[in-house]
Design a protein around this ligand. Structure first.
Ligand SMILES: Nc1ncnc2c1ncn2[C@@H]1O[C@H](COP(=O)(O)OP(=O)(O)OP(=O)(O)O)[C@@H](O)[C@H]1O
Ligand SMILES: [Mg+2]
Length: 489
């Protein structure tokens, strides 16, 4: 083999094997190249077993049956073992007349003429070896081949080590993803009521389809939890889950957030930017508070859903996206359609499947279950050695009206855990407002108006601190921001 040939072969090999990230196909390729370049007839690759002993395993072979391989490995004290322990290649030019080998059974029976056995070494540690031989040619492998064989084997060893690392990272990644899925999956959604079983039933049926889902329900009923469960338990869970709170941005920013923009397309667009639709490609896009979208954005969204394509702001290029839409709203979208603030065609599009989250007060049977769930989840409860609830506390929780639903229940339990004076949470620890005594003085106020007053009073009392007000009112900050905007408080 000429020098130029071997350099060329080596660079081809490097390109070839460095792109293979799984061990099995990589071993195949290594053997194939070695046989080909050195014109050997038969061969195998072996790898040392992990654990530091001398054992090894034949991983892949060509033109050799099992008994022939066994015969050859019995040569091992003279060939394979010394390659593995010394890290030096062994070439046998004329096996039939070489006194070290000519008596060996496998050499005689298999009529082996030439042998090359090279170590696969990483930093002076032999991780395995390549064995090649020929039954038709003597002196097939010569000392001139040695630099090439050694360089090739080193390349191969590095590629193998990389593949091994890559595989272990991939396994770790899978394990972490399973973990995430467990957290986001069904197991964290608590409920045994008829209503929740109905929800689980629909969710499990839409999991493996691409169908768009609309989730309706009051604040804190678990809409986002369901949206995540649909993604993380479904066929798209290898791809991203992206969430956007639709009411949070003015139109112009929202548009570029959704679809991306071209550098310079408006003041502030200092670089090309990918939108959320592109980022969610292949995965799920959760559009939270979809009812807050303006008609302008609604019509753009409809086009994406119909065509499966987007255009970045300021660009004419059309980009294909494949995104599953899960949307959520705490208003009834059909009411918005009737009012004319939500496009009917978009509504039908999003609403292929509608999941209606039941308010907690309509499934009071789940309250004890949820209460214990939040208690079990709380590190604070563990620290304070809180064991459970007095029966009267559970009764009070079940009877309460829960305007803030599960989120409010969770906050109530967490507060009670801090307040509890004994190891059992009692009714007083819960500090539940008296349902009946809600101040409806003045009589004929609508629920909306009561809500507005409560929000305004609380904000006034807290000097407009939204985070604190949200905590006191047991609502989300998003909800509160939305109301503040709506009522222009
Ligand atoms: N069935 C449930 N089991 C356990 N936890 C729940 C359940 N439903 C809701 N939660 C918890 O209640 C809180 C509120 O849930 P989530 O954010 O999903 O509600 P939401 O309907 O999206 O609320 P909002 O309308 O305010 O955005 C979260 O902490 C969630 O984990
Ligand atoms: Mg939500």
């Amino acid at each position: 083999m000429k020098n130029a040939d071997s350099v060329k072969a080596l660079s081809e090999i490097a390109q070839n094997i460095n792109t293979i990230q799984s061990i099995e196909p990589l071993l195949e390729k290594i053997l194939e190249i070695a046989l080909d370049v050195l014109q050997a007839e038969r061969g195998f690759v072996l790898l040392r077993n992990e654990g530091g002993d001398k054992s090894y395993e034949i991983k892949t072979s060509r033109n050799l049956n099992e008994s022939e391989i066994t015969g050859i490995t019995q040569l091992s004290t003279s060939v394979i073992d010394s390659v593995l322990s010394d890290g030096e290649p062994i070439l046998v030019f004329e096996a039939q007349s070489d006194p070290r080998y000519s008596e060996k059974e496998s050499i005689v029976i298999q009529k082996i003429q030439s042998i090359a056995c090279v170590p696969l070494s990483i930093k002076n540690r032999q991780i395995g070896a390549i064995y090649l031989d020929s039954v038709s040619k003597r002196s097939l492998f010569t000392n001139e081949n040695l630099p090439f064989i050694t360089a090739f084997a080193n390349q191969a060893a590095v590629a193998l080590e990389n593949a091994r690392l890559y595989e272990s990272l991939r396994d770790e990644n899978r394990r972490l993803r399973d973990e995430v899925q467990r957290i986001h999956g069904f197991s964290e959604i608590i409920g045994q009521s008829r209503q929740m079983n109905g929800i689980f039933d629909i969710v499990s049926r839409v999991l493996d389809s691409d169908i768009d889902v609309l989730i309706e329900g009051e604040s804190g009923t678990g809409k986002e939890l369901i949206a995540r469960a649909i993604h993380y338990n479904g066929a798209r869970n290898d791809n991203p889950f992206m969430a956007l709170f639709c009411g949070s941005l003015p139109d112009s920013l929202l548009e570029s957030e959704l679809f991306g923009h071209k550098k310079g397309s408006f003041t502030g667009a200092i670089a090309n930017k990918q939108g959320l639709f592109e980022a969610a490609d292949g995965g799920t896009f959760f559009l939270d508070e979809i009812g807050d979208l303006t008609l302008n954005i609604q019509s753009k969204l409809l086009r994406v859903l119909q065509e499966g394509e987007i255009k970045r702001v300021g660009e004419n290029e059309i980009r294909k996206v494949n995104v599953r839409i899960v949307s959520a709203t705490n208003k009834k979208l059909s009411d918005l359609v009737a009012e004319g603030t939500f496009r009917e065609d978009l509504y039908y599009r999003l609403n292929t499947i509608c999941i209606e989250m039941p308010p907690l007060r309509e499934r009071a049977g789940d309250v004890p279950l949820l209460a214990h769930h939040f208690l079990d989840k709380s590190p604070q409860a563990r620290k304070r050695q809180i064991k459970g609830f007095e029966p009267s506390a559970i009764d009070a929780l079940s009877a309460y009206h829960w305007p803030g639903n599960v989120r409010e229940l969770e906050n109530t339990i967490n507060r009670a855990i801090v307040m509890a004076r004994q190891d059992m949470i009692c009714r007083d620890d819960l500090r539940l407002p008296d349902n009946e005594s809600t101040d409806t003085a003045g009589g004929n106020l609508t629920l909306k108006e009561l809500e507005r007053r409560a929000v305004k009073q609380t904000l006034d009392a807290l000097d407009g601190n939204v985070s604190q007000a949200a905590r006191v009112l047991d609502v989300s900050r998003r909800w509160l921001h939305y109301r503040i905007k709506e009522w222009q408080i």
